[in-house]
Design a protein around this ligand. Structure first.
Ligand SMILES: *[C@@H]1O[C@H](CO)[C@@H](O)[C@H](O)[C@H]1NC(C)=O
Ligand SMILES: *[C@@H]1O[C@H](CO)[C@@H](O)[C@H](O)[C@H]1NC(C)=O
Ligand SMILES: *[C@@H]1O[C@H](CO)[C@@H](O)[C@H](O)[C@H]1NC(C)=O
Ligand SMILES: *[C@@H]1O[C@H](CO)[C@@H](O)[C@H](O)[C@H]1NC(C)=O
Ligand SMILES: *[C@@H]1O[C@H](CO)[C@@H](O)[C@H](O)[C@H]1NC(C)=O
Ligand SMILES: *[C@@H]1O[C@H](CO)[C@@H](O)[C@H](O)[C@H]1NC(C)=O
Length: 345
């Protein structure tokens, strides 16, 4: 607990360091970024009331940057940090600690919560709709004016927690996956239309990464084979995503432009070592490996002994833990996404 509190204050002080002093928080000349989604984008919204279940607040998370845990599920930066940096902006402040960093408010806000989904995922995390409610409440409270919203960008990162939860809830999930995807995208559409109604002019949405290649799936083959039967989910999800975004682009009241960030292709180009992509020494082997399938990176036993091992050089690994890329992995994937984002912004 003491350790967690320390990390928390470290994050706060870090934000002040990053920002320096600047007056007036609703200055609409700053490029605001509003972030929604899960652990692929969360920079500190996960409640530490969850104790060690919020592993991102404990060692070895954050070991590369900033060399302390900050609530990011990585050894360092995550996708939202790279997007903000590309916009020549600071990483937006996590919603949860917004009161502690008023000078960061002109850069937008990060509402993403690790573990969340479009639907509820059973662990009390704010779903996507609730995260959008949080943006609306900031507007209603006058933190962001309509004018500043009109010059903002949104990043929506949905990385598959809905499927994990569905698989746990429904023993025949495999038979019902089409129907589930249909319902999921009906809700996704409602959520994205709300961002349009709020007046965000540019919305970037990630598609689903190759969930079949996460260390969680490749562990049975000693991190050599992506799980082909799972790859169907990503395929169908991304097909539905293309359709949805096409539909939204053609939509009736289109002051909002939508862009798909193809993280699926970005990840695969690195995992398959496609020519021109960043070379990673270990594309499938995670840096932080739990000692068994039943434990996780960051887990301790009753005596406080580590139930995981950490590699010496995280930058040689694409994956950090059983589900998340390293900072180097995100940097490499972002290289792939950059040209598309540049054209869009
Ligand atoms: C900022 O807001 C002011 C007043 O709300 C408006 O006059 C101005 O055009 C805005 N500037 C930009 C860059 O949007
Ligand atoms: C999102 O969470 C809110 C608050 O718990 C709940 O009322 C709403 O039904 C949820 N939405 C979806 C799509 O699951
Ligand atoms: C801001 O925009 C919303 C929706 O477009 C509108 O209902 C509201 O009145 C506007 N607020 C101000 C202060 O202009
Ligand atoms: C994975 O590696 C372990 C230890 O090196 C070995 O015992 C096991 O047979 C390997 N499994 C596969 C599927 O190759
Ligand atoms: C996917 O394949 C793995 C290994 O072949 C198997 O254990 C698992 O049950 C399969 N999952 C589904 C949903 O068919
Ligand atoms: C646009 O309008 C058409 C016809 O009214 C409707 O079918 C479609 O769903 C609308 N698109 C969006 C994105 O709201």
């Amino acid at each position: 607990m003491a350790k967690a509190a320390k990390a928390f204050f470290f994050v706060i002080s870090l934000f002040f360091l990053l920002k320096g002093i600047e007056s007036g928080y609703d200055d609409n000349t700053s490029k605001k970024l509003f972030v929604f989604g899960d652990s692929y984008a969360d920079t500190g919204n996960l409640g530490r009331v969850l104790g060690r279940n919020a592993r991102s607040w404990f060692e070895p998370y954050g070991m590369t940057f900033p060399k302390k845990p900050t609530g990011r599920y990585s050894d360092g930066r995550v996708l939202s940090d790279y997007v903000a940096s590309f916009m020549q902006s600071k990483s937006p402040i996590p919603y949860k600690i917004r009161r502690y960093g008023p000078t960061l408010l002109p850069y937008g806000m990060n509402f993403a919560v690790s573990g969340s989904g479009i639907f509820d995922t059973g662990n009390f995390q704010s779903n996507l709709s609730t995260q959008i409610d949080h943006l609306q409440s900031q507007i209603d409270a006058g933190v962001y004016s309509n004018a500043s919203i009109r010059s903002s960008t949104a990043l929506v990162v949905v990385s598959g927690n809905d499927y994990g939860h569905f698989g746990e809830q429904d023993p025949n999930s495999w038979l019902h996956i089409h129907e589930f995807i249909r319902k999921l995208f009906a809700q996704f559409k409602v959520d994205l239309l709300r961002l349009q109604e709020i007046g965000v002019p540019k919305v970037m949405v990630t598609n689903l990464h190759p969930i079949e290649c996460t260390p969680m799936q490749t562990r049975p083959s000693n991190y050599t084979l992506c799980s082909q039967n799972i790859s169907r989910i990503a395929y169908e999800h991304n097909h539905a995503m293309n359709k949805l975004v096409l539909d939204l682009r053609r939509s009736n009241n289109s002051n909002t432009d939508f862009l798909i960030l193809n993280v699926n292709k970005a990840f695969l180009s690195i995992l398959h070592q496609v020519r021109g992509s960043t070379k990673m020494k270990y594309p499938l082997l995670p840096c932080c490996e739990s000692s068994s399938e039943k434990t996780l990176c960051g887990s301790l036993d009753d005596k406080g002994q580590k139930l995981y091992s950490v590699c010496q050089q995280p930058e040689e690994h694409f994956y950090w833990d059983s589900l998340h890329p390293t900072q180097a992995g995100w940097a490499a994937a972002f290289e792939y996404l950059k040209p598309t984002i540049k054209r869009f912004l």
